[in-house]
Ligand binder design. Structure first.
Ligand code: VGL
Ligand code: ZN
Length: 199
């Protein structure tokens, strides 16, 4: 009862055909569904942006997707428009089991991106997930989903820093892998004390 599975952002826009497609993003769905039965507590997250979100290149004249910009909270990759609230792109992959305990939406603040399920990208504004887990006595987390090098990475590192025991199942994650981001994420997670496994 002290363990939870956190399924990060398995949404249409991160799957092949989506606005920010992660290669092989849909391949992990059957394996994640199978893993859910091993956990009493299953939490799913959804990237959930308003139209015109500040993480979209389209909100920055002259900027193209995958370019960097400076935000008040630090450097930010600019993305194609994705996971706009209520659209089909923001919906979970249709094959994913969504009968979990909690669906946590993030990235709804127009001015701040939120890769992590725990803190927005200012590293200060909490999402409330820590309180949910602690008040339920959960100490041990397994994470799967999309994308390994962004939302899974930030969530896993934040959780480890908060003192949770964190394992990332890399076989049930897929990466954007932009400019060395996957290798950097693996190293950053390992340095933060996250256990990385392939199954
Ligand atoms: C994500 C980029 C932008 C993710 C979300 O879920 O990894 N990546 N928004
Ligand atoms: Zn996003």
């Amino acid at each position: 009862m002290t363990q939870a599975l956190i399924v990060i952002d398995v949404q249409n826009d991160f799957c092949p055909g989506g606005a920010l497609a992660v290669p092989g993003g849909d391949e992990i769905v059957p394996g994640i569904n199978g893993l859910m039965v091993d956990f009493d507590t299953v939490i799913l997250t959804q990237d959930w942006h308003p139209a015109g979100h500040s993480s979209f290149a389209s909100s920055h004249p002259g900027k193209a997707p995958m370019e960097l910009t400076q935000m008040p909270y630090g450097p930010q990759v600019l993305w194609p428009d994705h996971c706009i609230q209520g659209t089909d792109g923001a919906a979970f992959h249709r094959g994913l089991r969504t009968d979990g305990d909690l669906i946590m939406r993030k990235g709804f603040n127009p001015e701040i991106d939120s890769y992590s399920a725990f803190f927005e990208n200012d590293h200060a504004t909490p999402t409330g997930l820590e309180g949910y887990l602690r008040t339920r006595g959960i100490t041990t987390l397994t994470m799967v989903g999309l994308a390994t090098d962004f939302c899974v990475n930030y969530s896993a590192v934040d959780a480890a820093r908060l003192g949770f025991d964190v394992t990332v199942r890399l076989d049930l994650c897929r990466a954007i892998d932009f400019d060395g981001s996957l290798e950097a994420a693996r190293q950053g997670m390992a340095a933060a004390g996250v256990t990385l496994t392939e199954g």
